[in-house]
Design a protein around this ligand. Structure first.
Ligand code: DP6
Length: 363
């Protein structure tokens, strides 16, 4: 597939008005995307677990405009209230995807969105939000081109979501998704996420992710800025190479179910991501004292119990705690007794791997 394959050829059905609703999950990367080229092409391949509970629901209402127009016409609502501050991001997204959705200027849109997780929780809503919107837009395209195949629908939704926010392309399907060309992963592409095609051991079934909300404040540094700092980063080439190597290791780990090796790759990826931030120019530091306290506590817990709890981090201070379902009881007991004290107002989110986005059928 190339970009050109996503330019629609036959939009024959006339659509006047209607609405569609999609619910899309967040995802948590095991091998991180950090650094990009032009047009949202990732500097290295990444892989993530699709989550289940952290979701965005987006309704796209559309009405054909009376005359052909030269501008986009849309309003964005968050939980029923107009949210003009979200609109520049959607405007930019529409500009980026217009060549692939040439009908965008023919409609007036109302976009209403809500999250299952607290908005200011420091949990990125761009992955779930952009993927939900991309799916709504694909639904509209599919109405104009009813012969569209499911695989194309999903690939193009991921392709569009990527143009909104890179990691969003990994939120369409479940529950392990690869994005970025990797020589040993057939079908992998820089343009969209694909379901991980290899064998996956039962140890990873319904893998748990408990998210500790350490710092719910606004991000100090946007992801886009952070990605940009990889351009002249002294360690960039080695880092990108390392990500390819870690994906090779994960392929073997997914097959064998070796959780000790899984932990080594996943935690190293999280710390490398933050090491890249700490060694860019300008440098920045997103971990908080409580992030480090949690990490150290996990190390001790593992040593004492031999269980397989590990952590990963996004571009922020919150900690994702990953562990197998069959160790859930003891692990959760430890989390509640020892780790919640490091969270803002003891807040946390119980999540696990999920099957990807879903259309919400309106009654
Ligand atoms: C640290 O997808 O938010 O979460 O493409 O600029 O929107 P943009 O960046 P974004 O970057 C996410 C980076 C990360 C790692 C990851 O999810 O792979």
């Amino acid at each position: 597939m190339t970009e050109k394959d996503f330019v629609p050829k036959d939009l024959s059905e006339e659509i006047k008005e209607g609405k569609t609703t999609w619910q899309s999950p967040s995802n948590i990367a095991l091998v991180k995307y950090w650094g990009k080229k032009e047009n949202q092409v990732p500097a290295n391949p990444s892989i993530s677990f699709t989550l289940n509970s952290c979701r965005t629901t987006t309704t796209l209402a559309y009405r054909k405009r009376a005359k052909k127009a030269t501008d986009f016409d849309f309003e964005v609502y968050f939980e029923g209230e107009r949210k003009e501050s979200f609109e520049p991001k959607i405007q930019e997204f529409f500009q980026r995807v217009e060549q692939y959705l040439p009908f965008l200027k023919d409609f007036s849109f109302y976009i209403d969105t809500s999250n299952t997780f607290p908005h200011s929780s420091g949990i990125a809503s761009s992955a779930s939000g952009m993927s939900a919107l991309a799916l709504c837009l694909m639904d509209l395209e599919k109405m104009m081109a009813p012969q569209m195949e499911k695989n194309y629908f999903l690939q193009k939704a991921s392709f569009l979501a990527r143009l909104g926010s890179g990691s969003a392309c990994r939120s369409i399907e479940g529950n392990l998704v690869v994005w970025g060309k990797h020589r040993n992963i057939p079908g992998s592409s820089d343009l969209f996420g694909v379901k991980y095609p290899g064998e996956v051991h039962d140890n990873f079934r319904n893998y748990q992710d408990t998210i500790l909300l350490v710092d719910k404040g606004e991000k100090q540094v946007s992801s886009s800025l952070g990605h940009g700092l990889m351009n002249d980063h002294p360690f960039a080439e080695n880092r990108f190479e390392q990500a390819h190597g870690n994906l090779n290791k994960l392929q073997e780990i997914f097959r064998s179910g070796n959780l000790s090796e899984f932990i080594k790759v996943v935690e190293s990826e999280a710390l490398t991501l933050h090491a890249m931030m700490m060694t860019s120019q300008p440098y920045f530091l997103l971990m908080k004292p409580n992030t480090l306290a949690i990490i150290n506590s996990i190390f001790s817990f593992r040593k004492e119990t031999g269980l397989h709890l590990c952590f990963t981090l996004d571009a922020g201070a919150n900690v994702h705690l990953l562990y197998p379902e069959y160790e859930k009881e003891e692990t959760l007991e430890f989390i509640k007794a020892e780790l919640l004290e490091y969270c803002e107002k003891e807040q946390f989110i119980l999540d696990g791997t999920g099957d990807g986005a879903e259309k919400v059928e309106l009654a």
